[in-house]
Design a protein around this ligand. Structure first.
Ligand code: CO8
Length: 259
């Protein structure tokens, strides 16, 4: 796949996506969002892709936000349209993917950049990374799901503090409050993310997908417990379930087929 603003490659069933606008600190302009929507749809539809790692080019920024220069003269209708379109095709598409997405945060993750990382299922930050939602400094609020997902991840009090102060926090602080899963050195960032997906890859694909859907339901649906019960029930219909149980009983390694 050839893109103007992204680099993407599949290695051993993991899709690596790098947002590649280093001079603009990988800010999300319209073209980049369109390309992201395309590559996410590809990941979701391609059975060879078992997980995705999303990062930014260089060592300074993961993504420094939505491209401020592009929406500087937008009105309410245009702003809403931009937010709705982006949420639907990129942010929600990542969160609702049946495959695990990991954000490998290699520097600033600000505004729409942190929102992108929060839409991913897991976050790993390089130790020099800085995270925040500075939208109120621009007279905005987060528009790509940030008010919801930050609250889900760190709780209401901390979310309101971070959003209303526009504070930027270190990777270490982000780890402390549960905003990221791990912090590592820049050199180990992709290695750590790959290690996690290599573990997930050994598990039953349909069960992984059902788990993501059920965990999402815990925060996004009226009754997540019902969704969990229904997804749990469906697992029993899969070949992978029979294979997993058979492998356990026969003390052998399971060979999952994703059926
Ligand atoms: N948009 C556009 N360009 C950017 C952005 C951005 N978000 N961030 C950085 N850049 C550009 C700079 O303009 C600069 O370009 P140039 O060299 O042409 O002047 C280049 O990247 C390098 O940046 P700096 O010179 O500013 O680098 P510093 O090291 O001095 O500072 C910072 C780094 C602190 C990260 C600084 O660049 C900064 O504060 N950036 C903006 C951060 C921000 O406010 N992000 C939130 C944006 S709003 C948002 O994300 C809303 C999301 C919801 C939208 C929903 C749809 C409407």
């Amino acid at each position: 796949m050839a893109y103007q603003n992204l680099i993407s490659e599949i290695k051993e069933n993991i899709l690596y996506i790098t947002i590649n606008r280093e001079k603009a600190l990988n800010a999300l302009n319209r073209d980049t969002l369109t390309e992201l929507a395309d590559v996410i749809a590809f990941a979701n539809e391609n059975a060879d892709v078992r997980g995705v790692i999303l990062t930014g080019a260089g060592e300074k920024a993961f993504v420094a936000g939505a491209d401020i220069k592009e929406f500087s003269d937008y009105n309410a209708e245009q702003g809403e349209e931009l937010a709705r379109n982006g949420q639907h095709h990129v942010f929600n598409a990542i969160e609702r993917s049946s495959k695990p997405f990991i954000a490998a945060i290699n520097g600033f993750a600000l505004g729409g950049g942190l929102e992108l990382a929060m839409a991913c299922h897991m976050r790993i930050a390089a130790s020099h990374a800085k995270l925040g939602l500075p939208e109120v400094t621009l007279g905005l609020i987060p528009g790509y799901g940030g008010t919801q997902r930050l609250t889900q991840l760190v709780g209401k009090g901390k979310a309101i503090e971070l959003i209303t102060t526009a504070g930027m926090i270190s990777a270490e602080e982000a780890l402390k409050i549960g905003l990221v899963n791990h912090t590592v050195s820049q050199e180990d960032l992709i290695i750590k993310a790959t290690e996690i997906l290599n573990l997930v890859k050994q598990r039953a694909p349909l069960a992984v997908s059902a788990a993501i859907k059920s965990v999402n339901a815990a925060v996004n649906e009226v009754n997540g417990y019902d969704v969990e019960i229904s997804e749990f029930g469906k697992c029993f219909e899969t070949e992978d379930f029979k294979e997993g149980v058979s492998a356990f009983i026969n003390k052998r390694k399971s060979l999952f087929k994703g059926r």
